[in-house]
Design a protein around this ligand. Structure first.
Ligand code: IMP
Length: 186
């Protein structure tokens, strides 16, 4: 039995694997150009959701890179932001004078990135900080956060796959999917 057949019937593809990879290549080309003279670009991957985007983006970068990971949580097991960002692991090397690119799966209310940007600025003085998000749910924004590299804009619906989960599931899908609420799950 394939994984595909074990998925709920109302789980529909929103952004295919090919579309994701093509757009990530475009973002990587832009990042390679912007940072062509960097000593090293520090990719800071926000876990858990950012792991696939970070991995695929990093593989397409041709500039010198270091990859760091932090872990934040704001959703608990709900499909709605709890409004409280829980730092799980914020361990980072000294980023003073470094070029830093934060990598996040999705920006929704903006609370998570607002919190982390403020935290970073309170402890480090990077040469530059930019933000790459795969998905932007603009309609849900509660905090203004400047995004520099955006993969796709999505509507205000819950999406899963490619790092994003619903109660821990679906992170492994190589595409972005949504639940079609008009169609009953199997
Ligand atoms: P924000 O703080 O509301 O911007 O939400 C950021 C975090 O919430 C993301 O890193 C995701 O982990 C999670 N999140 C927001 N929207 C979704 C979604 O549609 N599916 C899965 N996770 C989401």
């Amino acid at each position: 039995m394939t994984t595909e057949t074990m998925l709920p019937a109302n789980l529909k593809t929103l952004i295919s694997e090919e579309q994701l990879q093509q757009r990530i290549q475009e973002l990587a080309d832009e990042i390679n150009r912007t940072y062509r003279d960097t000593e090293a670009l520090y990719l800071v991957c926000i876990l858990k959701g950012g792991f696939m985007f970070c991995s695929d983006l990093a593989k397409k970068l041709t500039i010198p890179c270091q990859v760091e990971f932090i872990r934040l949580s704001s959703y608990g097991n709900q499909q709605k932001s709890s409004g409280v960002v829980k730092p799980v692991d914020l361990t980072l090397p000294n980023l003073n004078g470094k070029d830093v690119l934060l990598i996040e799966d999705i920006i929704d209310t903006g609370l998570t990135l607002d919190f982390f940007m403020e935290y970073l600025a309170s402890l480090h003085t990077p040469k530059s900080i930019r933000l790459a998000v795969l998905l932007d749910k603009k309609e849900a924004r509660q905090r203004h956060v400047e995004t520099h590299y955006v993969g796709f804009e999505v509507g205000n619906q819950y999406v899963v796959g490619y790092g994003l989960d619903d109660q821990g599931l679906y992170r492994n899908l190589p595409y972005i999917a949504y639940f079609d609420l008009d169609e009953a799950a199997r």
